[in-house]
Design a binder for this molecule. Sequence first.
Ligand SMILES: C[S@@+](CC[C@H](N)C(=O)[O-])C[C@H]1O[C@@H](n2cnc3c(N)ncnc32)[C@H](O)[C@@H]1O
Length: 242
Amino acid sequence: MLPDKPKFFGRRKGRTIRKAKSFLLDNFLPRIRIAADKKIDLNSCFTEPKEGYFLEIGFGDGEHLAALSQRMPQYGFFGVEVYQNGVANLLSLMTGLKDGNAEDLTDEIKLLPQRTDNVRVYDDDVRLLFSLLPDSAFDKVYLLFPDPWPKTKHAARRFINPDNLRSIARILKKGGILQVATDHPIYKRWTLETLHTNPDFIWTAQTSDDWRYPPKDWYETKYQRKAVREGRRPVFFEFRRI
Ligand SMILES: C[S@@+](CC[C@H](N)C(=O)[O-])C[C@H]1O[C@@H](n2cnc3c(N)ncnc32)[C@H](O)[C@@H]1O
């Protein structure tokens, strides 16, 4: 049975989506969209099984997902984002199609030549997807700059909470990684406190450099750039599934 629709407090739509991106949502997204109407077999989402699978929750404008999936064509990537403008931006990064080079939107849209077909997208709330994903399926789950909901009265909206961690623990392989980045002081503390008492994860940091700097080959996200511009220092927490 499909889960009830949970209440979502963020934005689903923003500024008007320009012509090329709107075209991509209508004509390209259906080709890579995950249908959340039955249990999902990750291997059969792609033309051939991949060496492993990654999940990015709340990919925003998709820069990190687009870059990582291009660098690792042998892996399958699942990206989830509720915000339609962000999904459209990811599609633009994957195809190179944007206003300015989109004179002929009737041509069949193709991935950029340097890309393989290794990204699948779910454009709704990831909590609807969790129960359809198999156990021990992912090598790594990324949660980059989640909305901090800093007011105490909104703490229940924070994505890091025992229910979501239980779902992530189930779909991660043993030894798999949950990668969290945040720039918000309250969310930094909240993340460490919540994961410290969680029996399924262990924080991998050995020295402060392990969380003060991003892992090697990191791709900056929009919110990371915004944080740095505004003088906030991001941290990069890596938790291993026990
Ligand atoms: C602060 S933004 C960060 C975006 C991106 N990761 C970055 O670093 O630029 C958080 C994103 O998570 C998405 N999000 C929040 N809750 C979500 C959920 N339950 N399912 C899918 N996406 C979610 C929001 O729509 C938003 O785009």
